[in-house]
Design a protein around this ligand. Structure first.
Ligand SMILES: Nc1ncnc2c1ncn2[C@@H]1O[C@H](COP(=O)(O)OP(=O)(O)OP(=O)(O)O)[C@@H](O)[C@H]1O
Length: 631
């Protein structure tokens, strides 16, 4: 095996991977874990003619992935490769049945999470962090606090070195090539030195050279550190195929072959399925799985008993025959390292002592700040939009704040202002969160952090930012529209608008976490417009009784009325009148009374908005927690 690793390295002339496969000295040794499974089925609910029907995707399959081996899970598209990995990694639990063993002990979910990691097809990494920053945050979040900062830094450097990413340490991840991104996503999970790695289609989107380098790297990781690595693969070249230690082939959710790549042709030849000369064995395997050698032949290969015997009874590799006699295939290529040690290895490790939540908040917060700083354009755009709209509104409504003839116009200004800040709060997150959710899902599943610190860290950045945006809007508009220059009134005006904007942001989080993007960009704004009509478009006394609850429920209404109360209530004196004839609202109390705003209590309205804010976040966190844990 060592030779094999060396060959792979000499093939690669890319400087990236010259240190590949080196032992990672700074990492605590993890147990070697063999993973096996029996009678594994996976069923989903589908709909046929509006009727719910059960569809079985995996049909009672068995197999094993050994430590120190790189296993390719192969088969035609839709045969169940990703589903198998999902079930084995514990990503899909409901709908699955059968037994999964870790060194002959039944899989325990917590232990599984502790010793394994799952890297899915899409590279959901943080685009705006550099490679080294991403790795450092992962180390701080995933390793216990007892590991010193120096030791974490050493582990990060060791891993970057081993994955051939050292020279890209300062590169922002969105600038990495596809292959480098894949390697980074694996390096991020290798921080905890997991015994088992599941990789879903890691070579998709890579050119042949990158594929070859990547597979060599994975083979080295498996061989040099006795890791159990299983990855799904489509149709590799013969060269790439030969780099795997084991192939697990599926056809329509059933296993048709498990063994070394070199035995594919003799195995099928034994069953009278003969590979044409000079044919790529990987292509041949897929053709057999598709049924190109006859449907009957394929059905004959769906025999899990035979397959089970492949790994159960042999040190090296044999396959049981039709009559259950072991047939020794040519084993001259069988490598010593591949010998299966039947001794039962203890796999249970102490569960990693994760950093406490305040440490998680701290590192997640720092990460967010770095990402926001690097996304300056977005930040400046957000501020510029608020400033531009502020100038527009100020120009349209200049001087309306201190004129008895234009009290109703000022009310429209307050309504427009309230609605604008409600919208910017909502839209700031409604579009960006779905993408964020994908990264969150990956990091949460691989045990980086829990949900509470995540949300606190998001709010610690979003709240000040939204406050700055509100102030950029409020300061010029308040002055130019000639609102009363009194600290208390200005304070209420600012606080209500900021809190309302943050509350609508929480509604944005809730919408984008509960529904698809296409729906949330529609439902979110419509919901807020509905809430905004109360107080402005209809007086309380005119609301049909069945909608009264909506009036009370609307935090937008609560904010709108409270702002007007803070501007015209609180013992404001008689207003100057620009109209020579008549000013109906010279006395501001008259305006508040006629509009039904006089009886408002701004303190209770303020607490209601805060309550709405907290409830929405609790609901959002619950929904996201449910989605992340629904397996
Ligand atoms: N939740 C689900 N509901 C309905 N069908 C499903 C569900 N999940 C998977 N399937 C079906 O199960 C089959 C296997 O899917 P899976 O993604 O595992 O295939 P695959 O072998 O990984 O395919 P590919 O190589 O194209 O990614 C497919 O036919 C897919 O449509």
């Amino acid at each position: 095996m060592a030779n094999n690793a060396k060959d792979c390295r000499t093939e690669n002339n890319n400087e990236d991977l010259q240190t590949t496969g080196r032992e990672l000295q700074s990492f605590p040794k993890k147990p070697e874990v063999n993973l096996s499974f029996k009678s594994l089925t996976y069923t989903v609910n589908t709909y046929e003619k509006l009727k719910k029907v059960k569809k079985e995707i995996l049909h009672g399959i068995g197999g094993s992935f050994r430590s120190g081996q790189l296993t390719a899970v192969m088969g035609p598209s839709g045969c169940g490769k990703s589903t198998l990995l999902n079930v084995l990694a514990g990503y899909s639990i409901s709908g699955s049945s059968g037994q999964v063993y870790l060194n002959d002990s039944l899989r325990d979910e917590k232990q599984m999470a502790n010793i394994s990691c799952y890297i899915q097809q899409d590279d959901y990494v943080r685009d705006l962090l550099t490679v080294r920053e991403s790795m450092t945050v992962a180390a701080h979040l995933k390793l216990p606090t007892t590991v010193s900062a120096i030791s974490k830094a050493t582990q990060v450097e060791d891993l970057l070195d081993a994955m051939g990413l050292s020279i890209h340490g300062g590169t922002v991840t969105k600038r990495l090539s596809g292959g480098q991104k894949k390697r980074l996503s694996i390096a991020l999970e290798l921080i905890t030195n997991p015994s088992i790695l599941f990789l879903d289609e890691p070579t998709t989107g890579l050119d042949s050279q990158s594929c070859s380098q990547f597979v060599s790297l994975m083979a080295d990781l498996a061989h040099n550190q006795n890791r159990t690595i299983a990855c799904t693969l489509h149709q590799p070249s013969a060269l790439l195929f030969g780099k795997f230690d084991q192939v697990y082939a599926l056809s329509s959710g059933r296993c048709i072959y498990q063994g070394p790549p070199s035995s594919v042709i003799p195995y099928f030849a034994e069953r009278l399925v003969v590979c044409p000369p000079y044919h790529n064995p990987a292509d041949f395997l897929i053709e057999v799985a598709i049924g190109e050698y006859g449907a009957d032949t394929l059905i004959g290969l769906f025999d899990t008993t035979k397959i089970t015997n492949i790994y159960d009874r042999n040190k090296c590799h044999t396959i049981s025959g039709e009559d259950h006699e072991a047939i020794e295939l040519e084993m001259h290529e069988c490598k010593e390292d591949n010998n299966i040690n039947d001794e039962q290895l203890p796999y249970k490790t102490e569960l990693l002592n994760k950093p406490p939540f305040y440490v998680q908040i701290y590192h997640l917060y720092l990460r967010n700040v770095t990402m926001y700083k690097r996304n300056k354009n977005n930040l400046l755009l957000r501020i510029a939009v608020h400033f531009t709209v502020a100038l527009l509104m100020s120009f349209m409504y200049r001087g309306v704040g201190n004129d008895a003839a234009r009290v109703l116009t000022n009310m429209k200004f307050v309504y427009g202002t309230n609605l604008f800040l409600v919208y910017t709060g909502l839209m700031a997150v409604i579009v960006s969160f779905p993408l964020e959710y994908m990264v969150l899902k990956r990091e949460h599943f691989n045990g980086w952090y829990t949900l509470f610190p995540y949300f606190v860290s998001v709010l610690l950045v979003e709240i000040p930012l939204q406050m700055v945006c509100c102030l950029v809007y409020i300061l010029p508009t308040y002055a130019i529209t000639d609102q009363p220059l009194e600290l208390v009134r200005f304070g209420y005006f600012t606080v209500f608008l900021a809190v309302t904007s943050l509350t609508s942001q929480s509604v944005g989080f809730l919408c984008s976490s509960t529904m698809p993007l296409k729906m949330s960009v529609f439902v979110g704004p419509v919901f807020l417009v509905l809430l905004s009509v109360f107080g402005f478009a209809i007086r309380f006394l005119d609301i049909p009784s069945m909608y009264v609850w909506l009036h009370h429920f609307s935090f937008v209404r609560a904010s709108f009325q409270s702002i007007l109360y803070s501007l015209y209530g609180l013992d404001r004196g008689v207003l100057p009148c620009s109209d020579e004839m008549y000013c109906h609202y010279k006395n501001p109390v008259k305006f508040l009374t006629e509009m039904d705003f006089a009886r408002g209590n701004i303190y209770s309205e303020f607490f209601y908005i805060c309550f709405f804010f907290v409830c929405t976040y609790v609901l959002t966190t619950t929904v996201i927690w449910y989605r992340l844990n629904k397996r």
